[in-house]
Design a protein around this ligand. Structure first.
Ligand SMILES: NC(=O)C1=CN([C@@H]2O[C@H](COP(=O)(O)OP(=O)(O)OC[C@H]3O[C@@H](n4cnc5c(N)ncnc54)[C@H](OP(=O)(O)O)[C@@H]3O)[C@@H](O)[C@H]2O)C=CC1
Ligand SMILES: CC(=O)[C@](C)(O)C(=O)O
Ligand SMILES: [Mg+2]
Ligand SMILES: [Mg+2]
Length: 410
């Protein structure tokens, strides 16, 4: 079938770009995903799968639109090398939220010696048991795991990292490594009081996506992209260790950054285009359609469904210009004219947001809110309120209509 609105040149350059790109899936990765599907999940599958995916790539300096940056790729860390590198380590995951789940299961499937530490009988404890962690064998209280771990992965919520710090710090003794998936605790130390002992390596690997995706991409044989950074290098091996761990937890490739840059960009991004901004923009567009007499299904389809199911995936695969070219000349004219209007309207909001991240206001708010004993229920109330908005209730019905779907949950 032909694809009339995309010029041959555009298609050719899209293909060239994607074959050049560091993220283009290697053929081996594709066959790996079939392999991963063909065998039962967990332990036995992934190590076999990972061996199949020896790509000829490793540490690289790449040109990102004119700026040279270092990227680490998993080809430099085949499974046997990872297993050998961490053979004397006990990797202790402290916390089992979204990241604990994704990173922990991937480490376990990679055959590394990993244990989980969470509050006994809490929500995470139950979830860990469901995921096959066994109390007394590889599931412990936070304190027990912190004691046993030579590499302690501090994956409690950012608020709990601060709250538990004084209590857990004595376990982070000389020679151990402290690992974060966010620059938050260390960078906002004035508020969090997290100041690591000076005789341990302090490193970061922050997957740039949900812990759920960290897991699903690993099972598919692809890999999330992550940031790596070093806060303290006592052994001279801190960077190497952060890269090795980054690969071991399921990253496909890693960008080098600093704790500060990671946390500023992360807090900003999630409040902006990734989560807060997108909900706000969808809602505003939907409400105007409804106020002008459009039905809920029409308003939802023209705001969310088409974006998420048709146009955004094209942007993700090939870039914004490709998506524009795949749409009508009519759409293109209007979108080209209106994009700068939106940019102008949004820019001051983004500037205010960045300032609020940098001056610690966002941190203060998070620490206050997520420290509440009722934090789960309190968050649920607000996300339930989003689910209760007419827009997302309409979305529930729309999603259920997608062929192959039997319900409204993605
Ligand atoms: N979510 C994501 O996908 C991403 C997260 N990160 C970072 O990874 C780290 C972990 O985040 P995430 O996985 O989302 O986890 P959450 O922020 O959802 O935190 C959940 C974990 O913290 C524990 N916890 C919360 N409060 C307390 C407390 N007072 N005492 C003891 N334990 C507590 C929970 O245990 P319990 O069930 O017992 O309450 C649970 O194990 C954070 O630094 C985050 O910024 C980085 C990239 C993406
Ligand atoms: C998933 C992720 O990268 C976020 C949005 O930054 C987070 O969950 O904190
Ligand atoms: Mg974040
Ligand atoms: Mg993030």
């Amino acid at each position: 079938m032909s694809f009339p609105v995309v010029s041959r040149n555009a298609l050719r350059s899209a293909v060239r770009a994607s074959s050049r790109s560091a993220v283009a899936p290697a053929p081996a990765a594709r066959s790996l995903s079939m392999l991963a599907k063909a065998v039962t999940p967990r332990a036995a599958t992934a190590p076999v799968a990972r061996l199949a995916v020896q790509q000829q790539r490793g540490l690289k300096t790449l040109d990102f639109a004119g700026t040279k940056e270092k990227v680490y790729e998993r080809a430099d860390w085949p499974l046997e090398k990872l297993q050998d590198y961490f053979k004397n380590d006990t990797i202790a995951l402290l916390g089992y939220g979204s990241q604990g789940h994704g990173q922990g299961l991937n480490l376990r499937d990679n055959g590394l010696n990993v244990i989980v530490g969470v509050r006994k009988d809490g929500h995470s404890w139950k979830e860990a048991i469901q995921d096959g962690w066994v109390p007394g064998k590889n599931l412990f209280t936070i304190e027990e795991a912190a004691e046993k771990g030579t590499i302690c992965m501090y994956l409690l919520s950012d608020a709990a990292q601060s709250e538990q710090w004084e209590h857990l710090k004595p376990y982070f003794t000389k020679g151990k490594t402290l690992y974060f998936s966010h620059g938050f605790s260390v960078v906002y130390k004035d508020q969090t009081k997290v100041i690591p002992p000076s005789d341990i390596d302090v490193i970061l690997c922050a997957p740039k996506g949900s812990g759920r995706t960290v897991r699903t991409q690993f099972l598919k044989g692809t890999g999330i992209n992550s940031s790596v950074a070093v806060h303290q290098d006592v052994t001279g091996k801190a960077l190497e260790k952060s890269v090795a761990l980054g690969i071991a937890v399921g990253s496909g490739y890693l960008y080098e950054t600093t704790f500060e840059k990671e946390v500023y960009s992360d807090l900003y991004g999630e409040r902006g285009c990734l989560m807060g901004g997108i909900q706000g923009m969808f809602k505003a567009q939907y409400d105007v359609l409804r106020a002008n007499g459009h039905s809920p299904s029409e308003a939802f389809n023209e705001t969310c469904e088409e974006a998420l199911m048709s146009l955004f995936p094209l942007v993700g695969e090939h870039g914004m210009d490709y998506m524009y070219k795949a749409c009508s000349t009519t759409a293109r004219r209007g979108a080209l004219d209106w994009a700068p209007e939106f940019e102008k309207a949004c820019k001051p909001v983004f500037e205010r947001l960045y300032a609020s991240v940098r001056d610690g206001s966002e941190t203060r708010r998070t620490l206050e809110f997520a420290s509440r004993p009722t934090y789960r229920e309190d968050y649920d109330k607000e996300t339930d309120a989003i689910a209760a908005q007419e827009m997302w209730r309409a979305g529930h019905t729309v999603r259920a209509l997608r062929p192959g779907r039997d319900g409204g949950k993605l």
